[in-house]
Every structure is written in structure tokens, then in C-alpha cells.
Design a protein around this ligand. Structure first.
Ligand SMILES: [Zn+2]
Length: 280
């Protein structure tokens, strides 16, 4: 058959790790059927085996599980927690977070996450942690990520959570990084959601290693947000933003129903990500 289906964007923080209003928002989605009730127990602790079973049922071969160290906005899901959560789970791929305000040498934190914790990539949260992606403090970090060939994902565009500041999530700052680190693989998470879709799409078109990630975007509107979706399909990556979205199964189905060719759909749903993450 074709490519694996890969969900690049799954949050695995327990209730006691994330801010109460974030959990409440997620629980409200649960009523819309996001499946969290099957993955988390009554204490709000997520079970990795239950998540794997849920992903399998959704037709997802691999799910990227994200750490997040955003004490001033959404909460703290540590790298250690995510690494442990994914340990021995072939479907779950652990991604680190490095918050440049919490460490003095971001590159050393990344090295620790990759080498000691066995994590496979990294996601940044500029608007939740209030830094610009082209900050020179991160240049050694990008250099290491480029050398290791790992994917650097970064939130771009809007967020509904109080304290997030949009100016830090303007995709334009990734132009500097892409120019200075031409081999670095960069995914613009949410594709510049809000009023920057065009900017994000242009960067993906311009730079060989800049990708668009579509988590949190209703798939049926994708062609509205990214009119050149089919032309850019080798640069587009599927993510669900679970549990902050309805069931990923529905999103996958909606992508399969888009009026674009089958090869493009298969690339978006996992073909591109399988190359970036070296998954078969
Ligand atoms: Zn997310």
C-alpha cells in the first residue's frame, strides 16, 4: 500500500501539568467526541497504550507526541514525561521542547533531549514563550538541529490561550533562520493561522526545507487557506492537534475528500513526514 499516515501534532500532558483553563477547553472538545475520555483516566492521566489503540483505530500509523514548557501560558509537559510516555511504544514519536528562557544554552538542552532521552525532533512555541525565532541565542541550537537532520516545528499564527502574543509567531522570522540554515528542516505549525497563510505558503514555496503543518485547521477549508495546496503538497504535513480537536479520524477523512489528486493526499497525510522523520 501507500505511505504511512502520520499525525505530527499530539499533546500528551496530564491534567496536573497543564493550566486549568486549557484542560477545561480540551474537556469541552471531549464532548464533541475527541476520544480523550478513552485515553485519560478520571484523574486526567493519559495512558500511552490507550493512545496507541486510539491512533490505530483512527488509521494513524505514527503519532508525534509534543513536550511543552510554557509556564506563563499553557503549562508544563516536560521532555522527561514525553520521553517516558513514548518509551517502547512503536507508534509514538517523542518531540522535545526547548524554552530559551528556561535554559542558558538551548543547544545543550536539545543535545540532552536527543541523546539522553532519545527524542526525535523538537517543537518551539515562540508566542507562548515570548521570543523571536531568529533570536541569535538560538543559532547554536539550530546548528545542532541542522547537523542532526531533525525536524524543527514551530507554532505560527493565532492561539486562543490568554498570554500568547502573536507577533512572536509571525512566519516571517523563519525566513532568517531558513536563509542562515539552508539544510535545517522547518515546519510552520498551523501554517500561519489567522492572517498569515499566504506568508507561510510563500516561505514554503521559496525555501527547500520549509514545510507547512496543518494542525488545528478544519481540513474542509484547507483550499481556502492554502489555494496552492496541490502544487505545494510535497511541503504540507498533517497534524491533528489532538486532544484540542475533534477525532483525527474525521480530519483524515476530510483530507481524503478534498478535490486534489491522490498522490498529494498521501504525501500530506504521511508521505512527506515519513521522509522527514525517517519512518518506513
Ligand atoms: Zn497544539
Amino acid at each position: 500500500m501507500g505511505h504511512p499516515v502520520i499525525d505530527l501534532h499530539i499533546h500528551v500532558g496530564n491534567k496536573n501539568m497543564i493550566k486549568p483553563f486549557v484542560w477545561k477547553w480540551v474537556e469541552e472538545f471531549m464532548e464533541a467526541g475527541n476520544g480523550l475520555d478513552r485515553v485519560a483516566n478520571s484523574e486526567g492521566e493519559l495512558d500511552p497504550a490507550a493512545l496507541e489503540a486510539f491512533l490505530e483505530e483512527c488509521g494513524i500509523d505514527y503519532g508525534v507526541c509534543l513536550a511543552e514548557l510554557s509556564p506563563i501560558t499553557t503549562g508544563m509537559t516536560s521532555n522527561e514525561h514525553v520521553a517516558e510516555f513514548c518509551l517502547g511504544r512503536h507508534r509514538l514519536v517523542p518531540f522535545a521542547n526547548v524554552n530559551p528562557y528556561l535554559v542558558t544554552r538551548p543547544e545543550e538542552e536539545l543535545r540532552y533531549c536527543l541523546d539522553a532521552l532519545g527524542m526525535k525532533g523538537v517543537k518551539l512555541y515562540p508566542s507562548y514563550q515570548h521570543f523571536y525565532p531568529n533570536d541569535r541565542r538560538l543559532y547554536r541550537f539550530y546548528q545542532l538541529a541542522e547537523e542532526r537532520g531533525i525536524l524543527v516545528m514551530s507554532h505560527t499564527g493565532s492561539s486562543i490561550f490568554p498570554g500568547a502574543r502573536m507577533r512572536f509567531s509571525d512566519p516571517i522570522y523563519w525566513d532568517d533562520v531558513a536563509v542562515d540554515f539552508p539544510e535545517l528542516k522547518i515546519a510552520l505549525v498551523h501554517s500561519g493561522r489567522g492572517f498569515w497563510y499566504e506568508k507561510a505558503s510563500f516561505l514554503a514555496q521559496l525555501h527547500t526545507n520549509v514545510y507547512l503543518e496543518i494542525a488545528g485547521l478544519p481540513p474542509k477549508n484547507l483550499l481556502q487557506y492554502i489555494p496552492r495546496l496541490e502544487d505545494l503538497s510535497s511541503k504540507v504535513l498533517f497534524g491533528s492537534d489532538w486532544p484540542g480537536s475533534p477525532t483525527p479520524k474525521r480530519n483524515i477523512q476530510a483530507i481524503r475528500e478534498l478535490p486534489i489528486n491522490e498522490q498529494s493526499k498521501s504525501d500530506i497525510l504521511g508521505g512527506n513526514a515519513s521522509r522527514l522523520l525517517h519512518l518506513g
